[in-house]
Design a protein. Structure first.
Length: 238
């Protein structure tokens, strides 16, 4: 991914000058992968630039609430939504997940998050990037517990995490009666081990569907056919 002040997709554009975390493959993966076919109401936790919310709006007819704690990111996400074809279906709120959950009574068919995952590492030089990358403001336990409370009985929680953090998340989800029902192991290419897990959790006790995705072919020659298929509605390159 480039680090320009904007990223142009097929049907929308992401301005990212002020947001600490720019458009990246993790967000694109989650936005293209999460199941939305039966969703009427979706909650995006930690919206960043608004990327995932807009991808889900493109893929569905759902009403989407996108919440973001960091002020600059929330403002930029709202601007990106306002310039998109789905401004009537996406609402950006500058608020913490804890405060939102405390005052919100609505239930959601899908809660989606590309959550901060660093917990015991050096903080970034600026506070905005620290908020985006470190989970002190939103620990896994809070994300899982609050999501479980906001989901409908058939609702699902979808996240993407590094492999090292995923098992902790899975264990915590089990304590809140959320079962992993879908898992995609993502590898950079066929020569490397998976480095990301795309995971979906449900209150229902269902068998877990698993598969494997490589982003590039061997030796970084080209994007894989499965990655192109997953993202073809978004990238200009595909």
């Amino acid at each position: 991914m480039g680090r320009n002040n904007y990223f142009q997709f097929k049907r929308f554009r992401i301005e990212q000058e002020r947001s600490a975390m720019k458009v990246g493959i993790d967000g694109v993966l989650l936005g293209a992968w999460a199941k939305v076919d039966t969703c009427q109401n979706i909650l995006d936790v930690g919206a960043g630039t608004g990327l995932i919310a807009l991808m889900l709006a493109q893929r569905s007819s759902a009403q989407i609430t996108a919440i973001e704690l960091e002020e600059n990111a929330a403002g930029e996400a709202a601007e990106n939504v306002a310039l998109s074809p789905w401004k009537d279906r996406v609402e950006v709120k500058h608020i913490s997940f804890q405060e939102f959950a405390e005052h919100n009574s609505q239930k959601f068919d899908l809660v989606v998050s590309n959550p901060p995952f660093f917990s015991n590492s050096f903080h970034a030089a600026n506070n905005e990037r620290t908020l985006a990358r470190h989970n002190q403001a939103l620990p896994f336990s809070a994300l899982i517990e609050l999501s479980a409370n906001l989901l409908t009985e058939q609702g699902r929680l979808a996240v993407i995490l590094p492999v090292e953090a995923a098992q902790q998340f899975i264990n915590l989800a089990e304590t809140h009666k959320l079962n992993m029902v879908r898992l995609t192991r993502v590898a950079p290419d066929m020569q490397k081990d998976p480095h990301r897990y795309l995971m979906e959790f449900s209150k229902q006790d269902l068998p877990c569907s698993t598969n494997f995705l490589t982003i590039r072919n061997n030796h970084q020659e080209d994007y894989s056919a499965e990655y192109k298929l997953l993202c073809k509605e978004f990238y200009l390159l595909f």
